[in-house]
Design a protein around this ligand. Structure first.
Ligand SMILES: Nc1ncnc2c1ncn2[C@@H]1O[C@H](COP(=O)(O)OP(=O)(O)OP(=O)(O)O)[C@@H](O)[C@H]1O
Ligand SMILES: [Mg+2]
Length: 587
């Protein structure tokens, strides 16, 4: 806790970094953008990824979020061989266990970020299984370390060789639907990757919410358009990526943006369409799974073929023809010789393709619909994220919502919106002026008994000579309430007994709007610290607890009344909210 206080104070005294760089570590694709702080109008990014033309046939603003590992000792030793497209390509040459160079088993890992989305999902057996000896933290931090090194090299090459790691302020994007432990885990991953901390950047990592970054980008993008986004305009942004769809509604203020209603999201990005395609194919070709297990390189070829079909599908048109690899055709023929059918190819009709896309698109449309219901005044709808380029997705969104929203836009390069927006946010975090709280936050305290309070929590307060209740949830901010960024909310508390020389401050969080007690269902005791009151005279011991809702974190501080003040933080205990969850989940 004390260390955190020091960290917060140090960061205040640092001069702003000359360079701001953002890494978008996406579920399926990842990339980086950067800018000189002095030249915020020019944001640069990487479009020239190794292996991209071979892997996907064209330049893209991101590389694949794929890591290739090789086993160095059976049952747990692994080394990272490649990341990105080169990982996919190198895996193509892998002939399977026991048949390669004898160097040890290779595994290609993708979609690992989804493990962080929710514990239930990660444990839900949806095919995400890390081999023994590899953890989510290790895989993502090693990926991020490689990506960070590439970014530093590129920044030095493009902006100047004199730029040091310590000159860079890093921004890392996370989906808004992630819970606090997941965001915190991302911070630890960045530390493990060597982006921040000793020997790296002293500037605190900015965790940027992906839809907010998208909003900042769209606002800037539309500034040049006729009319642009005007003061008072309300716009909805749907960031439809590989794993998640994240939605947010913003209102344009004079020089900033304000979140209008609580954002929403779901696991319904483009990779769920890939999953549905594999399921569809598996239903038609019963031996497919065994074939792919036996020939892992075929999976890469199959999915890159599918990627092209997915990008081209508009909802109608000609059927697509999948030419089966000869070995798969032979395997199928052998196992199912009864039915007469052309085994070399599979024809997939537009109706079948629609059935592959529709469950995911239905979820995305439902999210947009719910946001529009919550914010009936919506002037513009922006679709960003890689999957928002799908012609069929655009058609369904337009068909469904054109009568409700006048302007539906997919900006150019929607896949870069998050990362460019994160750089813009890093350059000027004050651009997001107001947020909607996604939780109820408060402090645990004892308070006078009120009618209706549970009897078992009641006790006689000897100092005050009246009944009190234990463990009340004293609310600072409710779920759904608007909170201006950098606003501070304070409440005054007294120690439980007049003789107490210490008092504890325990932060409570919950999704509920009206929690009553710290032990209510769904209330978490997020962290606690104690404040020393011994130097204050008995009977005059009281303190303020202040929550500051900052650009990327919530800080909780306690001030002894009459002794400490805002400008003299020597005795102030500051806890960075996000830091506290470090050990609350294991990965
Ligand atoms: N032109 C296109 N048409 C259709 N889908 C596309 C197109 N380009 C990319 N995609 C899909 O978009 C998804 C990747 O989008 P994006 O790069 O925004 O995801 P991400 O940032 O990795 O994911 P997330 O934000 O969920 O972590 C993939 O499913 C990819 O197949
Ligand atoms: Mg994304």
């Amino acid at each position: 806790m004390v260390e955190d206080a020091r960290h917060a104070l140090e960061s205040v005294s640092l001069a702003p970094s000359p360079v701001v760089a953002a890494i978008d570590l996406g579920t399926t694709y990842s990339g980086f953008f950067y800018a000189y702080r002095r030249d915020p109008g020019n944001i640069y990014g990487e479009y020239n990824w190794p292996g991209q033309v071979e892997a996907i046939g064209r330049p893209y603003c991101k590389t694949s979020t794929t890591s290739l590992y090789q086993e160095t000792s059976p049952g747990g030793g692994w080394k990272l061989l490649e990341i990105g497209y080169p990982a996919m390509l190198r895996h193509l040459d892998y002939l399977g266990p026991g048949q390669d160079t004898g160097e040890g088993r290779q595994v290609m890992l993708s979609r690992v970020k989804l493990y962080l989305a929710s514990v239930e999902y990660a444990r839900g057996g949806e095919g995400l299984q890390l081999p023994e000896g590899l953890t989510v933290r290790r895989v993502l931090s090693e990926y991020l370390a490689e990506m960070g090194a590439m970014a530093v090299k590129e920044i030095q090459a493009k902006l100047g060789a004199y730029i040091k790691k310590s000159d860079i302020q890093w921004c890392l994007t996370v989906p808004a639907i992630w819970d606090e432990p997941a965001k915190q885990e991302m911070r630890r991953i960045a530390e493990a990757a060597g982006l921040i901390g000793p020997g790296a950047s002293p500037h605190p990592l900015l965790i940027v919410l992906e839809p907010e970054a998208a909003a900042v980008y769209c606002d800037k993008h539309m500034a040049a358009a006729r009319g642009g986004i005007k003061r008072g305009d309300v716009f909805l942004i749907a960031d439809v990526g590989g794993g998640t769809a994240d939605l947010i509604v913003q209102e344009k203020m004079d020089r900033s943006l304000r979140e209008v209603s609580r954002g929403s999201g779901d696991l319904c990005g483009g990779t769920y369409v890939d999953g549905a395609f594999l399921e569809f194919l598996g239903d038609r070709i019963p031996c497919l799974e065994r074939f792919l297990d036996a020939h892992p390189r075929q999976m890469v070829l199959l999915m890159s073929w599918w990627e092209q079909q997915k990008r081209g599908f508009s909802g109608a048109g000609n059927p697509v023809v999948f030419d089966l690899p000869a070995r798969l055709a032979a395997m199928w023929e052998k196992e199912d010789s009864e039915v007469f059918e052309d085994r070399d190819r599979l024809i997939i009709s537009p109706a079948e393709l629609r059935s592959i896309f529709d469950p995911t698109l239905d979820k995305i449309l439902a999210l947009i619909d719910a946001q529009l219901a919550a914010s009936p005044k919506c002037d513009q709808l922006f679709l960003v994220g890689g999957f928002s380029q799908s012609p069929y997705l655009i058609k369904r969104v337009t068909d469904t919502f054109a009568h409700r929203v006048a302007n539906i836009v997919t900006p150019p390069e929607p896949g870069t919106a998050i990362c460019q927006g994160a750089v813009l946010f890093g350059l000027d975090p004050s651009i997001i002026a107001e947020r909607t709280s996604r939780k109820t936050y408060g402090i645990k305290c004892d308070r006078p008994f009120e009618k209706g309070d549970p009897e078992e929590k009641k006790f006689l307060h000897e100092d005050h000579g009246c009944f009190y209740v234990r463990g009340s949830f004293h609310v600072f901010v409710r779920n759904g309430e608007q909170v201006p960024v950098d606003s501070k909310i304070s409440h005054t508390f007294n120690p439980s007994r007049l003789d107490d020389t210490q008092s504890s401050v325990t932060l409570l969080t919950t999704d509920k709007r009206n929690p009553k007690f710290a032990d209510d269902n769904g209330v978490e005791e997020s962290f606690g610290f104690s404040i020393d009151l011994g130097i204050m005279p008995r009977g005059q011991r009281s303190f303020d607890v202040q929550m500051k809702f900052g650009a990327t974190s919530i800080e909780v501080a306690a001030f002894r009344k009459g002794l400490d003040d805002d400008d003299d933080p020597v005795e102030v205990k500051v806890v960075r909210f996000e830091k506290r969850f470090a050990n609350s989940r294991s990965y």
